[in-house]
Design a protein around this ligand. Structure first.
Ligand code: IPD
Ligand code: CA
Ligand code: CA
Length: 265
């Protein structure tokens, strides 16, 4: 966290920590449901909605006029259409469902189309990543910096292949995956896109790419990576459109151009 947080960031942290406590409680239950015939599917979808409701109520209480774009409830217009909270109440649902402790909450504040505040919170590890436009990215009070690794054989590069589009996106994904692997990179596929971006910002991963993501998957992460000194673009063209298209490349400055070249071939 920055020395002094923006007031809206304090609101976001409060909302994420409260929703995080609710998700951690539910995550404990999920383990018991694995062996049931029905499995934990419905329970997880209720946990996801509970998290969204908590975040919505906390943010709304602090800023009654702001608008929302949330994964479960969609767009909710407030009187103030310039300010939009973009919320993924549970990113990494499949991990959560399987009892895998790698999932998070992502909240961003978008002001006239520009992400000004971003937060990604992993309540299991109590990892809180925050970024404020022009003021840097932080893990609690520690300033974040993307990695300095330049050689692909030294790197860890993350990606994701969303299951619902694998039929359509499969061949392209496999081509891209092979192209990056041929550079000698260590590949990772952890299943929570927002955390993938937070890990690029933290210098754990050196790069990340994925297609067909949604604004709530990437809004906070884009700001985190940029504020940590990394580069972000749309996968297919040099633009700031990754928030809109959901096709994203994020990396440190040394491998960014090579990744871009190889992925666009
Ligand atoms: C998913 C995760 C996953 C990514 C998918 C997303 P969800 O979000 O971020 O890593 O590959 O495309 O939909 O559904 O768990 O919120
Ligand atoms: Ca989600
Ligand atoms: Ca998501």
């Amino acid at each position: 966290m920055a020395a002094v947080n923006a007031p809206n960031m304090n609101v976001m942290i409060r909302a994420a920590e409260k929703a995080g406590r609710s998700l951690v409680r539910d995550f404990g239950e999920v383990e018991n449901l694995q062996v049931s015939v029905k499995g934990p599917g419905d329970f997880v979808s209720a946990a996801d909605k509970r998290s969204e409701k908590i975040i919505f109520e906390e943010l709304k209480k602090a800023k009654p006029g702001y608008s929302f774009l949330m994964e479960e409830s969609g767009r909710i217009e407030g009187e103030d259409k310039d300010h939009v909270w973009v919320v993924d109440p549970l990113d990494g649902t499949t991990n959560f469902l399987h009892g895998l402790p790698h999932w998070c909450i992502s909240i961003a504040l978008v002001d006239k189309g520009e992400v000004t505040l971003g937060l990604i919170y992993d309540p299991i590890k109590d990892d809180l990543f925050t970024a404020e436009r022009g003021k840097g990215a932080f893990h609690r009070r520690r300033r974040l910096r993307v990695s300095g690794r330049r050689n692909f054989p030294m790197t860890a590069i993350a990606t994701g292949a969303p299951m619902r589009t694998i039929q359509e996106a499969g061949p392209q994904f496999i081509k891209e995956y092979n192209a990056i692997q041929e550079l000698g990179a260590g590949m990772r596929r952890f299943g929570a896109a927002a955390l993938d971006l937070a890990y690029v910002a933290s210098g754990k991963y050196d790069g990340f790419w994925e297609r067909n993501l949604k604004p709530w998957d990437v809004a906070a992460g884009i700001l985190l990576v940029k504020e940590a000194g990394g580069f972000v673009c749309d996968l297919d063209k040099d633009s700031n459109d990754a928030l809109k298209t959901g096709n994203i490349l994020a990396a440190n400055e040394y491998i960014y151009n090579d990744m871009k070249k190889v992925l666009r071939k």
